[in-house]
Design a protein around this ligand. Structure first.
Ligand code: NAD
Length: 462
């Protein structure tokens, strides 16, 4: 067990003023692996002051120099990729191969993309007789969840730094060690003191203090819709900018002309990866009634293959919540065809890969985010019915469409109320805008759209 007493503020690790601590637990074996400070409002205030003091200098730094620092940050993360993967596995529980391929590799790619974007972005443009300046918004309060611990941090910090903003990060309480590694990489590349600051702490204490701080100009939050709603209200009250990346209940629509076995196979893999703790996971599989039974059999067989491969959920609370959802699904009439609510192992926060059939659109498991390895398979009558079901939740984060011809899938995707759609298994693109329609959020992350979130415009007329 390692005990850390520092917060990264104003370019150095400094003891927290608060004496409270957070225990970090390995969800695979339930052992306490570390203890980190739980910052109080005073610590948050110190961090925000440091970020405010550093803002004028960093905002005035030429974009090419900011780009060079981001390239160095990408390299520093790449040099630590094994340590990053091992740390994510230790505190989140994801299998090491997934931590290497996704949790470590994707943020390195995203940091690299912002090094390039910062170098090439037009921070000034001509519009008629005006020169429009794209200036940094200011001090950013970044609040991140645990499910993709480094990706969520880099998806906020890299564009903010590229834009010339300074940052105070409050990472999720379950995964502070990955955040500490990120701060170490930042320190290594020699960013000016105060440009990036890390306060580990509890959401309702440190997170809330950061969101409410009058000297924070933009709150960028990723997490649950419930907390996002509160943060949006706080930001609205103070008339400050807010970006919200929230929950999802995405639909995987398999049209009758699709290669069913392939679509089901990829769809199940999508839901089971990261133990289902992916906000954009396609947790509702929609299948035409003529192919429904075949799809259910395929999904059950595919899910069973993940029984030994899947990692635990992040915490006992998350495991219990997911089990409760499975039980509720069964109580409301769903049919269990794989997995179930029982614990598959004596130790660790594991939940079996679960498939629920005969799920109807109004059931709780078809409406609420579960955030676990649980797939619901729904039956549709025709394409209009499929569209109604796909769009019939409060969320709109992601989705997938499968068809024999790409054009047919694209035509359906155009009618979906959601922020991104994978066509016939299209790959994740770290430069494409990511974010939600409806209650899945406000704003976009990644690529040029992600950079724009951290910029405000000033027009000079001549
Ligand atoms: P959460 O909302 O409980 O916590 C997210 C972050 O907010 C954490 O850092 C937490 O400490 C902090 N927080 C909690 N209460 C707070 C408060 N009152 N004030 C300020 N900050 C507070 O969510 P979680 O359980 O950590 O993450 C799971 C949720 O995140 C899921 O609903 C998932 O869909 C969502 N999520 C969305 C995206 C996306 O990009 N849309 C990505 C990942 C996760």
């Amino acid at each position: 067990m390692k005990a850390y007493d520092g917060l990264y503020i104003d370019g150095a690790w400094r003891p927290a003023a608060s004496t409270d601590t957070i225990e970090v637990v390995n969800p695979a074996d339930e052992r306490v692996i570390a203890r980190v400070p739980a910052a109080g409002p005073g610590d948050v205030d110190t961090a925000v002051r440091a970020a405010r003091a550093a803002l004028p200098g960093w905002a005035a730094t030429p974009p090419a120099e900011r780009a060079a620092r981001l390239a160095a940050l990408r390299d520093a993360l790449a040099a630590r990729k094994d340590e990053i993967a091992e740390t994510v596995t230790a505190e989140l529980g994801s299998p090491l191969a997934f931590s290497q391929a996704v949790h470590a590799a994707v943020p390195i790619a995203v940091a690299g993309s912002y090094a390039e974007l910062a170098a090439g972005h037009a921070f000034e443009e001509k519009v008629g007789n005006s020169t429009v300046l794209h200036e940094p918004v200011g001090v950013v309060g970044a609040i991140t969840p645990w499910n993709y611990p480094l990706h969520q941090i880099v998806a906020k910090a890299a564009p903010a730094l590229a834009a010339g903003c300074t940052v105070v990060l409050k990472p999720a309480e379950n995964t502070p060690l990955t955040a500490r590694l990120f701060a170490e990489a930042i320190h290594e590349v020699g960013l000016p003191a105060g440009v990036f600051n890390l306060v580990t702490g509890l959401g309702p204490v440190a997170g809330q203090a950061l969101a409410e701080h009058p000297d924070v100009d933009l709150v960028s939050f990723t997490g649950s819709t419930a907390v996002g709603r509160r943060i949006g209200a706080v930001a609205g009250g103070a008339v400050k900018r807010v970006a919200l990346e929230l929950g999802g209940k995405s639909a995987n629509v398999i049209l009758p002309s699709a290669d069913l076995a392939h679509a089901v196979h990829v769809g199940v893999a999508n839901v089971m990866s990261n133990s289902g703790q992916t906000c954009s996971a396609w947790t509702r599989m929609l299948v035409h009634r003529d192919r429904y039974d075949e799809a259910v059999d395929l999904a059950a067989a595919a899910a069973a293959k993940y029984a030994d491969r899947i990692g635990p959920l992040v915490s006992a609370a998350q495991r219990d919540r997911v089990r409760g959802h499975i039980e509720k699904g069964l109580a409301e009439g769903a049919r269990l065809v794989a997995g179930g609510p029982e614990s598959p192992r004596a130790q660790g926060y594991f939940v079996s890969p679960t498939v629920l059939a005969d799920v109807t659109p109004e059931m709780t498991v078809a409406q609420e985010e579960i955030f676990g390895p649980v797939l619901s398979v729904l039956r549709y009558e025709d394409e209009e019915d499929a569209l109604r079901i796909a769009n019939g939740t409060v969320y709109g984060l992601a989705g997938a469409v499968w068809a024999g011809e790409e054009a047919e899938a694209v035509a359906f995707a155009r009618r979906m109320d959601t922020g991104q759609v994978d066509i016939n298994g299209g790959r994740f693109n770290p430069r494409a805008p990511f974010g939600g329609y409806k209650q899945s959020g406000v704003g976009r992350e990644l690529g040029a759209h992600g950079l724009a979130e951290y910029l405000q415009t000033k027009s000079l007329q001549f």
